[in-house]
Design a protein around this ligand. Structure first.
Ligand code: AMP
Ligand code: MG
Length: 422
């Protein structure tokens, strides 16, 4: 391996750039430089949806708190169950959810019981009501019921001392339910982080403006807004900065230290109007890379005072791909989320895919099941880095390795699902 992580043998690859680093390598450098926030806040559990837990949650009670019935029926003692034929039991009381019976059942007796009601003393089994014949205050039951049936033990969901939720998880609806079932009104989460972003380019117009010759609407601030919102961070939209050295200097010096993270798009390649690099070098420690990936080759990462900086390429698909591959995993770490590797599925690809060796490609795909239930993936159509529709139509990335030299129909490919990623 060379210093930048790419094996010398790759130098014969058509699409190889000797100054580029591998995506994995870039991610490693980013992870080494960032640290997670340590500031926390205590918030009502409903507001914790999508936030990251800052402490382990251990159960201080049993859930359910007592042994109770899983069915509407009759609580009995298993010693009364027949081996053959039928037996009759006398109903001596009833136990409802929230209104337990304090009568102890003896041999030959039973208690009418509802789902969630505490099991009366002397009972250990519930016969469901559909399995008995009732006449007056007597029931007759056969051999269907087995000892211990239809009883929920105290603490069978959560027992005292159980680790219920781990620090670093993102709270889901089920987690909020668990917190509520423990009787917790508030929970401690990491504070929200603030992410500022702006677009660069003289050609950019904002929605609502007139499009003059050669101009395009700025879509990157909108995809960035969407991706950031889904992560649950606070966003600061700084608008569009023109391709002008002074304006770029001002934007960066204004932004540094004001947010936890700053993201820009465009102006990081080597064109004549690409001023981001020059300005950045004035204000912070910044690494410029070419990453051996497609789309998204030019990419910048660094720090301006206390603000982490990500300089994404300008093309709309490159913005989304570099965000999902680098910025999102980094933001998740900054907000204290436990690290997980993206799940890759191996799936047959039914499209022919063009690819030259030398870069890792993130083609946009549609993962679907055919009529027989077989899972396949196909590409979304044209794969240019300016074709944002390829992202909108897709539900996954088809990840093709550096060495990959094209895909023939039915070849197995690695698929990274948007679900869970986005
Ligand atoms: P750049 O990296 O600035 O050279 O931009 C690369 C390409 O992406 C150019 O065709 C730009 O017009 C386009 N682009 C840059 N920023 C945006 C944006 N915010 N919205 C849509 N397209 C953009
Ligand atoms: Mg530009």
């Amino acid at each position: 391996m060379t210093e930048n992580g790419i094996n010398k043998d790759y130098s014969c690859m058509d699409d190889y750039d000797p100054n580029s680093i591998l995506p994995d390598e870039a991610l490693k450098i980013i992870f080494n430089k960032i640290s997670a926030t340590t500031e926390t806040e205590s918030i009502p559990i409903r507001e914790s949806l999508g936030r990251v837990l800052a402490t382990n949650i251990t159960s201080e009670i049993n859930v359910p708190s007592g042994r109770n019935s899983a069915m509407d029926g009759y609580a009995i003692n298993a010693v009364d169950l027949p081996f053959n034929g039928k037996i009759s039991l006398k109903i001596i009381g009833s136990s409802f959810a929230g209104k337990p019976s304090n009568i102890k059942i003896k041999k030959g007796e039973c208690i009418r019981i509802m789902t969630g009601a505490i099991m009366p003393d002397g009972s250990d089994t519930v016969v469901m009501q559909e399995a008995v014949e009732r006449s007056g205050d007597t029931i007759a039951l056969g051999i269907e019921t087995k000892a211990g049936n239809n009883v929920r033990e105290a603490g069978e969901d959560l027992a005292i001392g159980d680790l219920v939720l781990e620090k670093g998880i993102k709270v889901t609806p089920a987690d909020i339910g668990l917190l509520a079932s423990l009787g917790l009104a508030k929970v401690t989460v990491y504070r929200k982080i603030r992410v500022a972003f702006f677009s660069t380019g003289d050609e950019l117009r904002s929605v609502g403006d007139k499009l003059d010759n050669g101009a395009i609407y700025d879509s990157n601030r909108y995809t960035l807004y969407g991706m950031l919102k889904r992560l649950g961070v606070d966003t600061i939209d700084m608008g569009v900065v023109k391709d002008n050295r002074k304006l770029m200097d001002k934007a960066l010096s204004d932004a540094k230290g004001k947010s936890d993270v700053l993201i820009t798009s465009g102006g990081v390649s080597v064109g004549e109007a690409d001023y981001v690099k020059e300005s950045l070098l004035k204000y912070g420690e910044v690494d410029f890379w070419k990453v051996a990936m497609k789309p998204g080759r030019p990419f910048t990462f660094g720090k301006l005072d206390s603000t982490y900086f990500f300089g994404l390429p300008g093309n709309p698909v490159s913005v989304m791909v570099t965000f999902y591959q680098f910025v999102q995993p980094a933001l998740k770490r900054i907000i204290g989320e436990k690290a997980t590797s993206p799940m890759l599925l191996k799936v047959p690809c039914i499209s022919k895919l063009k690819k030259r060796p030398g870069r890792v490609e993130y083609q946009r795909g549609i993962l679907e099941c055919d009529d027989t239930g077989r899972m396949t993936v196909r590409k979304t159509g044209a794969q240019g880095s300016g074709i944002l529709r390829s992202m909108a139509d897709a539900n996954c990335f088809i990840v093709l390795s550096l060495e990959n030299n094209g895909v023939s129909p039915e070849d197995l490919v690695d698929v990274q699902l948007f679900h869970g990623l986005v």
